[in-house]
Design a protein around this ligand. Structure first.
Ligand SMILES: [Zn+2]
Length: 316
C-alpha cells in the first residue's frame, strides 16, 4: 500500500508544480494497478524511476467559447524523436506537432456552437497517455435580427466554393509558417466582431455564427497577410464563388488557416509563399454582401475561432 501512495502523490505533485488548475483524472487507476503488480515483484527504488508522466499545460487558464486552447505536452522521460502525438476531445483526434525537442503542441478550437463546461482531453505521445479535464466558460455573443422578404432566402453557395473552402479548412500542414503575433489584415475599423448570432424573421439560426471579423476598409484599400504562410486557395466570383466572392485562403501550418472574402482584387497565386505585412489583395464587395468590407476568418483544425487573441504573440 505504501508504494501505491508514493506513486499517487508523486503524480499529483508533478501536476501541482505546473500550476495547473485542472483536475487530473490521469490514469490513476492504471497507476494503482501497475503499482500493485510492481510492488509484489520489485523493490521500491526501481519503482520510483519507472514512473512516467506526460506534463500537459493548457492555456489560456480561463478559456471562453471562441477561444483557441493551446495544449503543450512534454513527455517525461523523453520519448523517441519520431513519436506520434495527439489530443482527443469529443471523439475527435487532433495531431500535436513537435515545437521543440521533446515538446509537442496542438490547438483546440472552441466555438459559439459548443456548450460551455467540461472538456475531457486524452493526451497521447508514443505510449504515454494522460487524461485531464478543462473548463470552458460561456461567452455572450451579440445578436442581430435580420428581416428577409418572402422569396429572398439569400444566395446559395455553389458546390465548387463549398468543396474548395472545406478542403482549405482541413489542412494540417506540419510546417509552422507564422512567427509572432498576427497583424491586422486591413486598416479599416471593425464593424462586426466574431461570433455574432442571428435571428432570421424572428427565428434563431442554430448553426449560424459570424465566422470571422469584418473590417470596413474602402473598396481598393489594401489587404495584407497577417502572418507568413502559403497561399492555399485563390477563388474568384467569376468562377463560381457566388457567396464568398473573390477569396484568398492562407495556410499558416499546423492546422491554422485564414480566409479573406469579398475582395475586389487578388495579387497572389496559389502555392505562393507570403510574408507578414505583404499585400495580397484589396477590399471589395464581391459575393453575397450589402457593401464593401473585408471578412477575415481564422480557422483552427477546421473550426472558426475568434482571430482577436491571435493578434498577440502567445500562439508563437
Ligand atoms: Zn463577415
Amino acid at each position: 500500500m505504501q508504494e501505491q501512495n508514493l506513486i499517487f502523490k508523486t503524480n499529483r505533485k508533478l501536476l501541482n508544480c505546473k500550476g495547473l488548475q485542472f483536475m487530473s483524472q490521469s490514469s490513476t487507476n492504471n497507476y494503482l494497478k501497475n503499482s500493485l503488480i510492481l510492488s509484489i515483484a520489485i523493490v521500491p527504488t526501481i519503482l520510483a524511476t519507472s514512473v512516467t508522466a506526460l506534463q500537459v499545460q493548457v492555456s489560456p487558464t480561463k478559456p471562453r467559447l471562441g477561444d483557441t486552447l493551446t495544449v503543450v505536452v512534454t513527455p517525461d522521460p523523453p520519448t523517441t524523436p519520431d513519436s506520434v502525438a495527439s489530443v482527443t476531445v469529443n471523439q475527435k483526434t487532433y495531431p500535436a506537432f513537435k515545437v521543440a525537442p521533446n515538446k509537442y503542441r496542438t490547438f483546440l478550437p472552441t466555438t459559439p456552437l459548443q456548450k460551455p463546461g467540461t472538456r475531457v482531453l486524452q493526451v497521447k505521445v508514443g505510449e504515454q497517455t494522460k487524461q485531464m479535464s478543462v473548463q470552458v466558460g460561456d461567452r455572450k455573443f451579440p445578436v442581430q435580427r435580420i428581416r428577409l422578404s418572402p422569396g429572398k432566402a439569400g444566395l446559395e453557395a455553389t458546390e465548387l466554393e463549398l468543396s474548395r473552402v472545406a478542403a482549405l479548412k482541413q489542412l494540417k500542414t506540419p510546417k509552422k509558417f507564422w512567427n509572432g503575433a498576427f497583424l491586422k489584415p486591413n486598416k479599416g475599423r471593425i464593424t462586426t466582431i466574431y461570433g455574432v448570432r442571428r435571428y432570421y424573421n424572428g427565428k434563431f439560426a442554430q448553426d449560424y455564427y459570424h465566422r470571422g471579423v469584418d473590417y470596413a476598409g474602402a473598396t481598393g484599400s489594401p489587404v495584407i497577410a497577417p502572418a507568413d504562410g502559403r497561399i492555399a486557395l485563390v477563388g474568384r466570383a467569376s468562377q463560381g464563388f457566388r457567396v464568398h466572392g473573390n477569396i484568398i485562403g492562407i495556410d499558416h501550418g499546423q492546422g491554422v488557416v485564414t480566409t479573406y472574402l469579398h475582395l475586389s482584387r487578388i495579387s497572389v497565386k496559389e502555392g505562393e509563399l507570403v510574408k507578414a505585412g505583404q499585400v495580397i489583395g484589396a477590399v471589395g464587395s464581391t459575393g453575397a454582401v450589402t457593401g464593401p468590407h473585408l471578412h477575415w476568418g481564422l480557422y483552427v483544425q477546421g473550426e472558426s475561432v475568434d482571430p482577436t487573441p491571435w493578434r498577440n504573440s502567445k500562439f508563437n
